[in-house]
Write a protein that binds this ligand. Structure first.
Ligand SMILES: Cc1cc2nc3c(=O)[nH]c(=O)nc-3n(C[C@H](O)[C@H](O)[C@H](O)COP(=O)(O)OP(=O)(O)OC[C@H]3O[C@@H](n4cnc5c(N)ncnc54)[C@H](O)[C@@H]3O)c2cc1C
Length: 221
């Protein structure tokens, strides 16, 4: 069932990443890490559905989406950038993407951070973050979103990895087998991987060759 919901606020988190605070339909529920099909409630756009993850917690009074737009591509995310508070979206039932299954390592590429944002916020709200690690891969420092919040999460070991900039205090390069061997000690813990197709494929293969059993989710890019 589609719900028509009002956008309350749109906040830029970077050049192309925006946070949408959206009205929550009465009784609407989801689990941290879940996504829904979203479309823009305007003529001709209603059926152009794209998957986006809830970055809010189920207990919040509003819903939140954190969306990376592709301004060079004539798609839905470009149109989402043009919306204003007071415009409406259509959202559908939540469906499972990545589910938290226990303590471990989160490896996110760009917008692939979104399911982890909700999962990490949930762990934080339960004082259960200790022993978790996050590798957040981006091209450049300016692409990192929610940096301050992530770094302030008590107990979470946060590492930013930049592929196109080499500057302190960030790690530089790609997350491959050599990188994982250097930065991870225990491959028997849980691994959660989310990002663009190629990254998820490469990181999952590297993790498997190191004896891990990763949960991966592809975000097309
Ligand atoms: C389960 C799930 C949850 C997701 N959650 C989020 C989220 O919370 N936040 C978020 O930001 N993203 C999320 N995504 C990714 C998001 O769904 C896509 O970025 C979005 O669908 C793109 O829509 P679009 O209409 O702009 O592009 P589309 O028209 O759907 O096209 C996307 C495809 O176009 C291609 N493309 C991109 N740029 C160009 C270009 N310039 N020229 C030609 N082709 C190009 C790419 O190959 C890309 O795969 C999620 C994806 C999945 C599968």
């Amino acid at each position: 069932m589609a719900h028509k919901v009002e956008i309350r606020e749109i906040k830029p988190l970077g050049e192309t990443v925006f946070q949408y605070e959206v009205e929550k339909p009465k009784g609407f529920d989801f689990r941290p890490g879940q996504a829904t099909e979203v479309s823009i409630a305007k003529d001709g756009m209603e059926d152009e559905k794209r998957p986006f993850t809830f970055t809010s917690l189920p207990s919040w009074e509003h819903l939140q989406f954190t969306i990376k737009s592709y301004p060079d591509h004539d798609g839905v995310t470009r149109k989402l950038m043009e919306l204003r508070a007071g415009d409406h979206l259509l959202i559908r039932d939540p469906w499972g993407t990545i589910e938290y299954k226990g303590k471990g390592v989160f490896i996110a590429g760009g917008a692939g951070m979104t399911p982890f944002l909700s999962i990490l916020r949930d762990l934080q709200s339960r004082n259960a973050l200790a022993g978790h690690t996050l590798f957040f891969a981006n091209k450049r420092e300016r692409d990192i979103f929610d940096k301050e919040e992530l770094e302030a999460m008590q107990g979470l070991d946060v590492h930013h990895v930049l592929s196109k900039e080499d500057k302190r205090p960030y790690l530089h390069g790609r997350i491959d087998k050599a990188f994982l061997k250097d930065h991870v000690e225990d491959f028997s813990q849980k691994f959660y991987v989310c990002g663009p197709d190629e990254m998820v494929e490469d990181v999952n293969a590297a993790l498997k060759s190191l004896g891990a059993d990763p949960d991966g989710l592809v975000f097309e890019e």
